[in-house]
Design a protein around this ligand. Structure first.
Ligand code: NAD
Length: 242
């Protein structure tokens, strides 16, 4: 028997023109799923999608219209990977009304809406996977990422609550929380090589994670073999949270 295969499953991965989202899309395809990737800019999304053999749709998941466009393009979604860019850094006392409003749409409502739009079909078919990408910040808030700290905790508990409702319908709802992972976002947040080096020394694994290492947890949760895992957070953080 071949384990962890995804033939016949249809996936939608948002925020997938690069980084963790793109790595997840690639692994889902390698396991046999048919994947649609979504992001805001065609110029980066299209070549990324073509390189891995994904279908693609330009969509901004911070809006209801963007979510609807992504879900419509993907068809009957069996596997949802809800991902988008993280909120910009700031001190907690300095977050503006506008930054909170934008964060709520991009980081929280995107997952709420994507899950709402894909869940009815999953329940009808008796099989579904809802996976949101959050952050190590859920368990251990980072001083300079207050919007992320607050809203990802909301995403985590929303999916745990949803898991209670739909567990008996064959649908699981989980989050994958990356630690420090070598993507463009990390490079922007830690652009000084000396600071980046100091940070890596504090990680028990003594290195940043690779996008593919986060993608592996996402892909596992998408499989039949993970059917009895729901309402959980999987941290992929090189031991940071220990
Ligand atoms: P990234 O910035 O490299 O990639 C983000 C992707 O999301 C890109 O494809 C971007 O175009 C897309 N995107 C951004 N806003 C969007 C929107 N509104 N609609 C559709 N697509 C949108 O980020 P990453 O490092 O791959 O991280 C993915 C997620 O994981 C982010 O939310 C990030 O905050 C979180 N995270 C990352 C790390 C890390 O160290 N890289 C750590 C913890 C959490």
């Amino acid at each position: 028997m071949t384990l962890f295969r995804l033939e016949g499953r249809r996936a939608l991965v948002t925020g997938a023109s690069k980084g963790i989202g793109l790595a997840a899309a690639q692994q889902l395809i390698e396991q046999g799923a048919e994947v649609t990737v979504a992001a805001r800019h065609e110029d980066t999304l299209r070549p990324a999608a073509e390189a891995i053999g994904a279908r693609w749709v330009v969509a901004d998941v911070s809006t209801l219209e963007g979510v609807q466009a992504a879900v419509a393009a993907a068809g009957d979604v069996d596997i949802l990977v809800s991902n988008a860019g993280g909120p910009p850094p700031s001190l907690p006392s300095a977050v503006t009304e506008e930054a909170w409003a934008q964060g709520i749409q991009t980081t929280f409502m995107s997952t709420v809406r994507l899950a709402s739009a894909t869940l009815p079909g999953m329940r009808e078919r008796g099989w579904g996977r809802i996976i949101a990408i959050t952050s190590l910040a859920v368990g251990r808030p980072a001083l300079n990422l207050p919007v992320s700290n607050a809203l990802r905790a909301g995403v985590t508990n929303h999916l745990r609550t949803l898991a209670l409702e739909v567990a008996a319908d064959g649908v699981t709802c989980n989050t994958v929380a990356p630690g420090y992972t070598a993507t463009e976002r990390l490079q922007k947040l830690h652009s000084d090589p000396a600071e980046a080096q100091k940070l890596q020394v504090r990680i028990p694994a003594r290195r940043f994670g690779e996008p593919g290492e986060v993608a592996a947890a996402i892909t596992f949760l998408a499989t039949n073999e993970a059917a009895y895992i729901t309402g959980q957070e999987i941290l992929v953080d090189g031991g940071w949270s220990i």
